[in-house]
Design a protein around this ligand. Sequence first.
Ligand SMILES: [Zn+2]
Length: 68
Amino acid sequence: MIDQANPGTETGTNTAATEEDRRPINLPCPDCTHLRVSRHTAWLAGEHTKATDYTVLLRSHWRSVHRA
Ligand SMILES: [Zn+2]
């Protein structure tokens, strides 16, 4: 009897793995594009705080939409 499926052993990877480390789902995603462009625009405009906010939004969005 082979027990490959082992529910309840989700490893706690709560630290900063890059988005690219995970296999993305639901891509291409217009929300990602929007957030990245907005972040880039804010950064170029010198609004670094705003750019950081977009980074947080992007990460939160990834967790809710694209986590595998
Ligand atoms: Zn997305």
